[in-house]
Design a protein around this ligand. Structure first.
Ligand SMILES: Nc1ncnc2c1ncn2[C@@H]1O[C@H](COP(=O)(O)OP(=O)(O)OP(=O)(O)O)[C@@H](O)[C@H]1O
Ligand SMILES: [Mg+2]
Length: 477
């Protein structure tokens, strides 16, 4: 028995040795084959120095550096440097001095050497026979990949138009750190997916827009009552695209030409935001004329400034808006942000309270079915305040919904559901949520009272009802 055990240990030891030897052998053979291949072919060398003849930074050197860091084959290089990345958990591999990394493009095997002997230079070695065939598209490929990586890693900034210009122009900027993501917004999942794929296809449409002779831009209108997530959604879109945000405050725009100048000073890959456009129009609280606004949305200036832009306008109500503002081209996609229905309530309960289900859910559903509703902001606030007790949070939501329904009935405004699929509601109906006192001044004492009451409430769960309708509020024009 002992001998058998000894034999097994020894034979596994020999096998491991043999395996290691074999892999080293294979590695050696591969290296030798490459060496032979290199001797057979004529190569050409292209240098990418870090600095140009005037000692200025060579942008292409940085692009090559970014590109090489992304190659999986960098791990096979004999010596690589390990650096921590932007996030503390990230580790970035870079090529050590005089080390080589291999790459394959359209079947052509090339290599890059990090030459540090005289001055920092990347040296590309390519077979002469491949050069004519792939070099141009390979360099283009490096550009595209490096731009893509830089775009994903860059810090997104929020720009706000200042009242006065300084050496940086009219825009002031801060890092954009809004925590909202598309996942954290409670909205119909079909609608969310539609918006996501619309944004993704916009990103890939450069050639398409060029071919059509159109400016590469897309305009969204987000409309719906206050506190339904429009501003949060803009932040989520900007994060999804990794675009800067230019938040145009129309009250700080002096005239139409000032608005044009602001637009000209924006950069590509950005979201240009105009919030509460309906308010500015109805209150006439901006110096910008209708013509100035139309030109801003779809004028000649748009074609002069950097493209790849998203325009996002928000409104509480679009019914009173001049149709010329909303025509296709000025607004491409209309997204409705309704007050809560039972589905969005469940999303909020899941993210704010960690609740997937609860015995009070049927009762909440029934109240929503009866027509009562509130904004996600209001429901979210109740959930945050009561997050230590999910039952208490749900009871408070139920009471708030019931009070809201009663208030609507008392004022003759029957509770309604913005969550119905019918987006063609009359304008007056659109404003019921606001005037029902839900977020108005009158509602605040009532809400405070409700929050005090939360512990004492005991609501009986009632009969189960069918799933509520969903809003498919995306209209593409
Ligand atoms: N659909 C939603 N999903 C998740 N959270 C939401 C949603 N709607 C609103 N909230 C929360 O409510 C708060 C207010 O939302 P937000 O400012 O985005 O609303 P809004 O529609 O822009 O309102 P207003 O029209 O008054 O500007 C935010 O903190 C946000 O997290
Ligand atoms: Mg807002």
């Amino acid at each position: 028995m002992f001998l058998l055990l000894l034999f097994l240990i020894l034979s596994s030891f020999v096998l491991v040795r043999l395996f290691l030897y074999r892999t080293a052998l294979i590695y050696g053979l591969k290296k030798w084959a490459h060496w032979v291949e290199d001797r057979i072919h004529v190569h050409q060398y292209l240098k990418v120095p870090e600095l140009n003849d005037n000692s200025q930074e060579n942008q292409f050197y940085n692009k090559v550096s970014t590109y090489l860091k992304s190659l999986p084959s960098i791990e096979d290089s004999d010596f690589t440097n390990l650096f921590s990345g932007k996030k503390s958990s990230d580790i970035v591999l870079t090529l050590d001095g005089n080390q080589t990394v291999h790459d394959v493009f359209l079947g052509a095997r090339v290599s890059w050497k990090n030459d540090v002997v005289e001055r920092k230079t990347f040296v590309l070695r390519i077979k002469k026979k491949d050069k004519r065939r792939v070099l141009r598209s390979y360099l283009q490929h490096i550009h595209t990949i490096a731009d893509d990586i830089e775009q994903r890693c860059r810090e997104v900034r929020l720009f706000i138009n200042a009242a006065q210009a300084d050496c940086n122009g009219r825009w002031r900027s801060v890092p954009f750190t809004h925590p909202s993501t598309l996942e954290s917004i409670a909205m119909d999942s079909d609608l969310k997916n539609k918006v996501k794929s619309d944004l993704e296809s916009f990103l890939k449409s450069k050639q398409y827009y060029n071919r059509l002779g159109r400016v590469w831009k897309r305009s969204y209108l987000l409309y719906g009552p206050s506190g339904t997530g429009k501003s949060s959604f803009i932040a989520a879109m900007a994060k999804f695209l990794n675009y800067d945000v230019y938040d145009v405050d129309l009250s700080r725009v002096f005239d139409d030409s000032d608005l044009k100048m602001l637009l000209l000073q924006t950069t590509a890959k950005s979201v240009i935001v105009v919030e509460d456009l309906d308010r500015f129009i109805s209150e006439r609280s901006t110096a910008v004329s209708l013509t100035g606004l139309l030109n801003f949305m779809d004028g000649i200036v748009n074609s002069c400034c950097a493209d790849e832009k998203l325009f996002v306008f928000t409104m509480n109500n679009k019914e009173q808006i001049d149709p010329v503002i909303l025509r296709p081209g000025r607004i491409d996609v209309h997204i409705h942000f309704p007050l809560c229905n039972f589905n969005s309530f469940k999303t909020l309960a899941s993210s704010y309270l960690g609740l997937k289900d609860h015995k009070l859910f049927p009762q909440v559903e029934e109240i929503f079915q009866s027509g009562a509703t509130m904004s996600p902001a209001e429901i979210g606030e109740i959930m945050i305040v009561n997050r230590s007790s999910p039952s208490r949070a749900l009871k408070t939501v139920i009471t708030a919904l019931q009070t809201n329904g009663a208030a609507a009935a008392a004022t003759g405004k029957v509770g309604r559901r913005l969550s119905d699929g019918s987006s063609a509601r009359p304008a007056e109906e659109e404003s019921v949520g606001e005037s029902s006192g839900l977020l108005g001044k009158d509602s605040l004492p009532a809400m405070k009272e409700l929050r005090k009451l939360y512990g004492r409430l005991r609501m009986k769960s009632s009969k189960q009802v069918g799933p509520s309708d969903q809003d498919s509020g995306l209209i593409e024009r």
